[in-house]
Design a binder for this molecule. Sequence first.
Ligand code: SF4
Length: 235
Amino acid sequence: MTPPTQPRGARELHRAVIDCERCPRLRAHCLETARVKRAAFRDEEYWGKPVPTWGRIDAPLHIVGLAPAAHGANRTGRMFTGDRSGDFLFAALHRAGFANSPISRDKRDGTRLLDCALTAVAHCAPPGNKLLPEEIANCRDWLQIEWDLRRRTRVVLALGTLAFTETVKQYRRRGWLADDERPRFSHGLNWMCRASAPVLMASYHPSQQNTFTGRLTPAMLDSVFRRARRVIDGG
Ligand code: SF4
């Protein structure tokens, strides 16, 4: 697929992502989910469009997740907002000083990210939380463009293996990894790259599958954010 035209800045990128129609299967799924709704949200108007990155383009911490949840970000229009994964993540972001509130409910809740931006491998919710390879490739162009605009990132935190794989691809493309460097996903990874490159970190994704089973605990995520904070503060 032809790559999208390079937006001139963060605002233009934000708009272009919202208008994106490159993945027909995902667009159809998001719209259908927005039409049918979950009973608990039947009185709400779902967003149903691609969910853009949340946070400033100059944020030092850039967090990469998987994709919006069908009844979470696809409903609220804001990354990690309105579902259990977001609840878990925001409690930790708040404890670490990366958000002004532990709650991310909807766009009117007054929650702000501090020194942090949230994005995902795909900006549209996939059926069954499974993305097809061509959909990952389509949305990779947006991540690439976004990173071209990001000049002050100090830490990139990938949530889960797919986000990690995509992040490593971006690092390679930018020459931030030597040919013989092969970072592998593991929770708590803290990969120091070449001098000017952001530190590459990894965590289990805060999905219910991980948090309900104790695979990812609040203490484990706190430890990751403490390290990110130390890097950003120059410690
Ligand atoms: S997943 Fe990404 S590339 Fe695909 S339609 Fe949504 S915004 Fe566009």
